[in-house]
Design a protein around this ligand. Structure first.
Ligand SMILES: *Cc1c(COP(=O)(O)O)cnc(C)c1O
Length: 359
């Protein structure tokens, strides 16, 4: 070991889903939206004046923050914007999780939380989901340094009822509770209305999934103005000019088009419900999902076998080689046509498997 090495911050990084690039692929592995972003976003690129890029962007992300506040009927002081919700959550960990006591998040959840906690040297505990992959609210009633969970949870898709979230808030008035609502727009209930009542609640959302802008990197947090002020103080101490001018304009254009947003979300929900019924017919089992993905296990065929066989046919889904979930596939909801193709291929694969077993 080199002598300087003991002073290096060593981290085990998060592994994002692969970004394959096959012309004929069906990409259902990273929960992206299959539909394009609102048409107004294309106009931003068409009319953007490159000369503007000489100047730094607005460090407060003012136009975007105001547009988000307006959309949700909030005050500007209740909104913080960042470079994707990954950036917003990392900033929030840095700002609010500074206790000696462990923060709490589920054993099966977004696999970035433990990476940030390790990197920032935040102690943590991971209460186990129950057999059906539901969060047990009682596990979040012990002494802790803060709480975070996605709702719906990832990669399970399971929604926690708003009453349970409020129960957790009532039992944790002395720490910050973060609800990561990356998938809330696909039919779950948002905790946003609760920020008026609980000054320790931070609700985090993203433009990456429901607003089709994973490539732009826009996320935001809503909470009490005091929380937002603390978050901004940390952000300005770290990297004050976060989002670039083009992204600010794109995000602002996207959030102003409510009808397009509602329409794409409802198309995805409809396809998701169709896919659930088809998967059940094929012998898949899963908890009810309120997200833009389904987390499913097959009754007889191992998930890894299916994952690899699909991959050979350029259909990409997500497989996690992790305890408790290594027989599940996380399948993002694509267009109706893509899901029909997936079901057709799964039918073939499962028939092949069955033949092999019977030989
Ligand atoms: C996708 C995702 C995020 C990150 O989204 P970005 O805004 O693209 O950084 C955060 N939390 C969960 C649970 C997610 O699935």
């Amino acid at each position: 070991m080199k002598r300087w090495e003991k002073n290096v911050r060593k981290v085990v990084p998060y592994t994002p889903g692969e970004q394959p690039n096959q012309p004929d692929m069906i990409k259902l592995n990273t929960n992206e939206n299959p539909y394009p972003p609102a048409p107004e976003t294309a106009e931003v690129f068409e009319f953007f004046d490159a000369d503007q890029l000489r100047l730094y962007p607005d460090p407060t992300s003012g136009t975007l923050v105001r547009a988000i506040a307006q959309y949700y009927g909030l005050k500007e002081e209740q909104v913080f914007a960042g470079v994707g919700s990954d950036d917003v959550i990392a900033m929030s960990f840095m700002t609010f999780f500074n206790s000696e006591k462990p923060i709490l998040f589920p054993d099966i959840t977004y696999s970035f939380y433990d990476v940030w906690a390790d990197m920032l040297r935040i102690p943590y505990e991971r209460p186990a989901l129950d057999e059906c992959f539901h969060i047990c609210k009682e596990d979040y009633c012990k002494e802790n340094g803060g709480i975070i969970f996605p709702n719906p949870n990832a990669p399970t898709g399971v929604e926690m009822p708003l009453a349970d979230i409020e129960w957790i808030l009532v039992h944790n008035p002395d720490v910050i509770v973060m609800v990561d609502e990356a998938y809330v727009d696909f039919g779950a209930q948002s905790a946003l209305p609760l920020i008026e009542k609980y000054d320790n609640l931070l609700v985090i959302q993203t433009f990456s999934k429901s607003r089709s802008l994973a490539g732009s990197r826009i996320g935001f947090a809503c909470g009490n103005p005091e929380l937002i002020r603390f978050l901004n103080d940390v952000k300005y101490s770290f990297n004050s000019y976060t989002m670039d001018r083009v992204t600010l304009a794109v995000g602002t254009a996207a959030i102003r088009n409510r009808d397009y947003f509602l329409e794409t979300c409802s198309k995805i929900i409809k396809t998701r419900e169709w896919t659930k019924a088809e998967l059940r017919k094929l012998g898949f089992q899963f908890e009810d999902s309120r997200a833009n993905f389904i987390f499913a296990a097959h009754k007889t065929c191992p998930a890894k076998t299916l994952f690899e066989a699909l991959r050979e046919r350029h259909i990409y889904v997500r497989y996690f080689a992790k305890e408790r979930i290594d027989n599940h596939l996380r399948i993002t909801i694509g267009t109706q046509q893509e899901m029909e193709k997936l079901i057709e291929v799964l039918k073939e694969l499962l028939a092949l498997e069955e033949n092999e077993c019977n030989q």
